[in-house]
Design a protein around this ligand. Structure first.
Ligand SMILES: Nc1ncnc2c1ncn2[C@@H]1O[C@H](COP(=O)(O)OP(=O)(O)O)[C@@H](O)[C@H]1O
Ligand SMILES: NC(=O)c1ccc[n+]([C@@H]2O[C@H](COP(=O)(O)O)[C@@H](O)[C@H]2O)c1
Length: 199
């Protein structure tokens, strides 16, 4: 069986932190980070809000991202090997179709792109309150540093827009409280995935 778990949610909710812990906990588990699919800076236009539009769907090459997820679905063992992930001998067996394979897909805009949504076995969405999100974001170093005012002028309004859009679509997400400790979040999701694998 193949399982694709989405770890979505707002910027600085703790997606990458949780994802790294989960990847370490499930041997052979693969990961796709949405951040790897940002288009080059010169292809990101400036919007009416006066900021480069990093937080909109078109800033990402979603087609390439979906193709990467489909490459994993096609052959998880080959995908793992080509990404330097150690594969246990049982997973290499010719009948590895009967084995359990897990892919974690992590990112801030996972649930607004239909071709990706339909691939998920389970969708998580981490949230923290505005003040905490802004505080964490202010200490974060991105490859392109945030210009002054970006959070309130672009990041937060786009977060609200896409969250509303997601909530009025048929996608079913399970919310995670990003104010919980790293360990609490890990334990909660780890146990839930274990239960899913055993059901
Ligand atoms: N559960 C948590 N409690 C407090 N701080 C956290 C927690 N998870 C992550 N962080 C911190 O918040 C910041 C953003 O975390 P990160 O995992 O990179 O978020 P995201 O991938 O959602 O943008 C980092 O400084 C990280 O150490
Ligand atoms: N990785 C990059 O190239 C890049 C560039 C500019 C902004 N960002 C920011 O990354 C954020 C999404 O990533 P996180 O969910 O990890 O915070 C977006 O809010 C976006 O503003 C990323």
């Amino acid at each position: 069986m193949k399982y694709i778990i989405g770890i979505g949610g707002m910027t600085n909710g703790g997606k990458t932190t949780l994802t790294n812990k989960l990847v370490n906990a499930f041997p052979g588990c693969c990961v796709v980070h949405q951040d790897d699919f940002f288009k080059p800076q010169d292809q990101i236009p400036v919007g009416e809000d006066g900021f480069k539009q990093w937080d909109v769907m078109t800033s990402l090459d979603m087609e390439a991202m979906v193709n990467t997820v489909k490459a994993w679905l096609e052959n998880p063992v080959k995908f793992a090997r080509s990404h330097g992930i150690q594969v246990s001998p049982e997973l290499e067996e010719p009948d590895s179709e009967e084995q359990t394979h897990i892919l974690i897909v992590e990112g801030f805009l996972l649930y607004n792109y239909r071709p990706l949504i339909e691939l998920f076995s389970h969708c998580y969405y981490i949230v923290v309150p505005y003040e905490e999100c802004k505080r964490r974001r202010s200490t974060r170093k991105y490859t392109v540093p945030d210009p002054p005012g970006l959070f309130d002028g672009h990041v937060w309004p786009m977060y609200l827009k896409y969250r509303r859009e997601m909530e009025s679509s048929p996608v079913e997400v399970e919310y995670l409280d990003g104010l919980k400790t790293r360990e609490q979040l890990f334990n909660q999701v780890y146990e839930a995935i274990r239960n899913m694998l055993n059901s």
